[in-house]
Design a protein. Sequence first.
Length: 499
Amino acid sequence: MKITADSPYLYTAAETYALDAAAIAGGIPSIQLMKRAGRAAFDLLQERFPAPELINIYCGAGKNGGDGYVLAALAAQRLLPVQVIQLAAPEKLTGEAHQAYEFALQEGVKMQPFTHATAPSAGVIVDALLGIGLRGAPAEEYAAAINQINQSGLPVLALDIPSGLNADTGATTGVAVAASLTISFIALKRGLLTGRGAALTGKLVLANLEVPASTYDHARPDVERLHLPALLSLLAPRAADAHKGDFGHVMVIGGDTGYGGAALMAAEAAARSGAGLVSVATRPEHIPAILSRRPEVMACGVVSGQELEPLLARPTVLVVGPGLGRSPWSEQMLQQAVKSGLPLVLDADALNILAEGRVVPAAGYQQHSPWLLTPHPAEAARLLGITTAEVQADRFGAVRALASCYSASVILKGAGSLVASVDGAIGVVTDGNPGMATGGMGDVLSGILGALVAQSLALPEAARLGAVIHACAADLAADDVGQRSLLATDLIPYLGQLL
């Protein structure tokens, strides 16, 4: 999913309504905004589908349907083949939606109720059913229309948001339109970019409907898209007389029996991401493999927390969790890491052990050293004591709760990864691809994060830059080997290019 929009900010439905109201109060009539939306959607449709065999527009009862009626009228004016499939009887339309219907009727648009319509088999479909106000599952007839759209096999242009998708959370309750292309009006809605939104939105385009820049002063979103060029400025250029001690020492703690590869991937990613020194504390049997693969890494075999403790005087940041496992050895490693007082990047089984409450009691979360947590949805659910489905139903709420409960910076991984800091601000990662759904990706991410913290970035800054670097490296690697063949270690050569 690529985004062609300059604004970094992402809005809730309520914030978008506030922008809409401000534009109207500023002198733009509501019907004019609707006509601009219909025109923007029509222009985009013409650009992407210049000679459609038939334009099939599914129109609902609200303003989203009104946008669809305007598009239909404009298509008819150009003598393009168009039909409207109505989910609401004309007499139920009110306000601007009814005016738009009259406009389409005036232009001779063919219309028929959904109950009597034949399923489209040619051309392109326009989804103008539900808009951003939906909060639950679509009503039965609307759900049937959505299923018909999805089963058509035709390209779909969604107006403002794919119908059935929650604009605030990126979750769905019941069915939702799978769009090829979505045009978002006035502002980008945050649900388009994470959770199910990442899969349903298709290519995303923003049309600001020519509202004045001052309009955006009426809503203050605390969610933004993360852009690599802006984030790279967090890393200062290296001085000509720099030495390795200037760039910190990352220690990766992990690699229980059988899981040495995870610790190695994290260590190698840390080394490639600019850490001055990288060491690994792991089971002794993994040492030969680590040294043969990456001799620049200092490898230490430890069999107990007692052996680890004196080694913790050297690092500046600890990455704990890659291949850590759930054994007594694993718990001892995490216990010593927490006691060290060093900044911690916590991943994988470190999070699962943490969730069990045996290493740090809940009362201790406010007193610990700086933490950066990197859970996937199931790990986040364990940390919060809820289900994975509940995490995915409101990823923004979940990541904010994690940051608050654990006094930590948090990366909630998944499609449209979310990065939260303790102050409540959230960034959304819109780079990355489905090829990242493979083992070891989180280990590479944790190594990147450790290296950025070692280079003196504050944990919230490291979380934002690291999450985006990781995703962009995956995109570059996928361009080379393909998404289906992508391996976690394929990302590592691209880290140097990006940094």
